[in-house]
Structure formats: structure tokens, C-alpha cells
Design a protein around this ligand. Structure first.
Ligand code: NAD
Length: 344
């Protein structure tokens, strides 16, 4: 359809992308979306069932590192913007198997950027103007900043100090994006977001693990003393922030996204088990007084950052972003979604 702009969105069979695409495609009738996803263990097309029959949505199974395929997609669909989610995303896996993190997160991002830059470079100025400047939006994490003391917050000026192979690979990809802006004048934006929670997250991550183990009456594993702090944001609030930055963010800028919702891992377990105790009484389900009895401390993760917390002032003041969900409302929705999934 020639009246529409086609955007390449990578990695949408994963957690955040599969929350983003239904939101974005419903909101903007003028876009076609091509989703390029390799369907690694982390990708699941069931997460995108609601888009399957939408004529403005197209799924392509493939690797962002495959240059020929990425070039084919740019030419075939005349891609006019990129929102890049695809990545290896689980810190524990990056400790066991760092190579694939460098391959996908660094080389994959480079391949997409380089193909986009060459494709768009050849287009006349009018084309870029008509299509809002051929923007490349790179999705990244606050983990690139390393660990925090008890009081500071990460701002867009905080120096990079990544500590895990995951965060180091994301930091590297951010730097390559930056260089394409500075060197080739490409239109890029980067968002660095805090921990997301919500529907469609892979079973391996903290919140699904807590719910899954609790319902099964198994130990709920907590790293170290459980006092590591993360800043939690409901996934749809992240998606809305991405939408805002993609459309109104200043070229070449970085925006932090975070909900000012700091919680220790123990507080997370406590909140979830409190909700579960109310909804699926532990004495009926697993013959215990409370799911809290299952909490079990395990050896800390190597290189475990103590605290992350985002200062989102720039996004709030310049672009008017605000999270719609607070933690209490978001976590109830989230637990309800996994209850439905795990009790099937
Ligand atoms: P996810 O692991 O749930 O999904 C990643 C998706 O990328 C999967 O569908 C997978 O199949 C796909 N993929 C992996 N390698 C690929 C490759 N080589 N080619 C094509 N597709 C590939 O991840 P997520 O939690 O949805 O995270 C999405 C992005 O957001 C990542 O870039 C991540 O670094 C970033 N991020 C995540 C969080 C969070 O809390 N989850 C926070 C901040 C930033």
C-alpha cells in the first residue's frame, strides 16, 4: 500500500516488542510494520496472535546479522524507519555464553544501522522530509551505566560502566549508533530504559519465575541477600515512551525511561506473594500457610549490580512523558496475566 510508511521493527516476538506492536499498529493507521525476528528461545509468535491477520503487519523470520536478508527487506518494503528491539537480553545467559550477545547485540545492530544508512543515503532529500527523516530508534537499557550507590540516579550524562557481558554488548551497540549519527549524520535516537514488567515476559525472568515457582509449590530463588534494587516500569509505559521519542525526540538524542519505582528483589517477591495469597490461597493449592514460606536465598549472581535507578526528567520535561501505571496497579495486572497462563 503506497500511502503507508513501512517501519522495520526487530525482535517483536519477544517481551517488549510483542507489547509494542499491537499498541503501535492500532494507534497509527498510516504505518505498515515489518517484524524481523529470529525466533530464538526468547521469541514466541503466540505473543503476536492479535496482529496475525492485520494486513498492515508482516512477520519475517530471520537474523538481524544476515546482511543480505536485511538489504532485501529494505529494498523490498522500502523501509522508512527502524525501531530496534532484537537482542539477547538475559544477564544470566550472558555470563554462561557471552559470544552470542556480542554477535546479536553488537554485530546485529551494526548490520541494521549500516544497511539503513546506505539505503537512506541514496534517497533524495524530499523523501527524507516526507518520511520524517528516516529515523533509527535503538532500544537500550539502563544497565549500560553500571551500578549505583544508595542515592544517585542515572541521567543521560552518566558515564557508561557496564559490568556484565549483556550490558557491555548493549553499551557497545549504543556507541555504534552514536557514531553513525556523528559520522554520517544519520537520524538516530536511543532510549535507555529500566527493568520492565508485565504480560508476555519469558518464563526465565524474575517476575514470571516467582509466580511459576510459587504456584508449583517450589522454592522461589532469590539471589544473595535479596536487597539488590531495580527501578521497575510497566511494559506499556515503556512502549508509550518509545512512541513519543520515535515521533518527537530530538535527532541524535538519548532519553532515559524509568518509572521512579525502586524496589528490592525481596519487595518484589513480597508484593507478588501477597497478591497470590489472596487470589489462590496457598493452603488450598500447595498445603502451606503462605507462598512466602517458599522464599529461598541462593548464591549471588557474579558481577551482580547493586542498584539501578533512572532519572527520567529529560523525557518528562522535554517530551511530556509520564507513566500511566503505578507499581501497585501494574503488578496486579501482571500477576493476573500469569495466573491465566500458568493455571491453564
Ligand atoms: P526478549 O529476550 O524478550 O526478546 C528478544 C527478541 O529478539 C526475541 O523475540 C528473539 O527471538 C529476538 N532475537 C534475538 N536474537 C535475534 C537475532 N539475531 N535476529 C533477530 N531477532 C533476534 O527481550 P526484551 O525483554 O523484549 O527486550 C527487548 C529490547 O529491550 C532489548 O534490546 C533489550 O536490551 C531492551 N531492554 C529490555 C529491558 C527489560 O526489562 N526487558 C529493559 C530495558 C531495555
Amino acid at each position: 500500500d503506497n500511502d503507508k510508511k513501512t517501519i522495520l521493527v526487530t525482535g517483536c516476538a519477544g517481551f517488549i516488542g510483542s507489547n509494542f506492536v499491537p499498541y503501535f499498529i492500532d494507534k497509527y493507521e498510516e504505518y505498515n510494520i515489518v517484524n524481523l525476528d529470529l525466533l530464538t528461545y526468547a521469541g514466541n509468535l503466540e505473543n503476536l496472535q492479535e496482529c496475525e491477520n492485520n494486513p498492515r503487519y508482516k512477520f519475517i523470520k530471520g537474523d538481524i546479522c544476515n546482511r543480505e536478508l536485511v538489504e532485501f527487506i529494505f529494498n523490498e518494503y522500502d523501509i522508512q524507519g527502524v525501531i530496534h528491539f532484537a537482542a539477547e537480553s538475559h544477564v544470566d545467559n550472558s555470563i554462561k555464553n557471552p559470544g552470542v550477545f556480542v554477535e546479536t547485540n553488537v554485530n546485529g545492530t551494526f548490520t541494521l544501522l549500516d544497511v539503513a544508512q546506505k539505503h537512506w543515503m541514496e534517497k533524495p532529500f524530499e523523501y527524507k522530509k516526507d518520511y520524517e527523516g528516516c529515523r533509527f530508534h535503538h532500544i537500550s537499557t539502563d544497565e549500560v551505566y553500571g551500578t549505583l550507590n544508595e542515592t544517585d540516579l542515572f541521567t543521560e550524562e552518566t558515564p557508561y560502566a557496564p559490568n556484565s557481558p549483556y550490558s557491555a554488548s548493549k553499551a557497545s551497540s549504543d556507541m555504534i549508533v552514536r557514531s553513525y549519527q556523528e559520522t554520517y549524520g544519520m537520524n538516530t535516537v536511543i532510549t535507555n530504559c529500566s527493568n520492565n514488567y508485565g504480560p508476555k515476559q519469558h518464563d526465565e525472568k524474575l517476575i514470571p519465575t516467582i509466580i511459576r515457582k510459587a504456584l508449583a509449590g517450589e522454592d522461589i530463588p532469590i539471589y544473595g541477600d535479596g536487597k539488590n534494587i531495580r527501578d521497575w516500569l510497566y511494559v506499556l509505559d515503556h512502549c508509550k515512551g518509545i512512541d513519543l521519542v520515535y515521533h518527537t525526540g530530538k535527532e541524535g538524542n538519548v532519553y532515559n525511561i524509568g518509572g521512579r519505582n525502586e524496589r528490592t528483589n525481596l519487595q518484589i517477591v513480597d508484593a507478588i506473594t501477597t497478591i497470590l495469597d489472596r487470589k489462590v490461597p496457598a493452603h488450598e493449592n500447595i498445603d502451606r500457610g503462605s507462598y512466602k514460606e517458599l522464599i529461598s536465598f541462593v548464591e549471588d549472581r557474579a558481577g551482580h549490580d547493586r542498584r539501578y535507578a533512572i532519572d527520567a526528567t529529560k523525557l518528562e520535561d522535554e517530551l511530556g512523558w509520564k507513566a500511566d501505571e503505578n507499581f501497585d496497579s501494574g503488578i496486579i495486572k501482571t500477576v493476573e496475566w500469569y495466573l491465566e497462563k500458568y493455571q491453564k
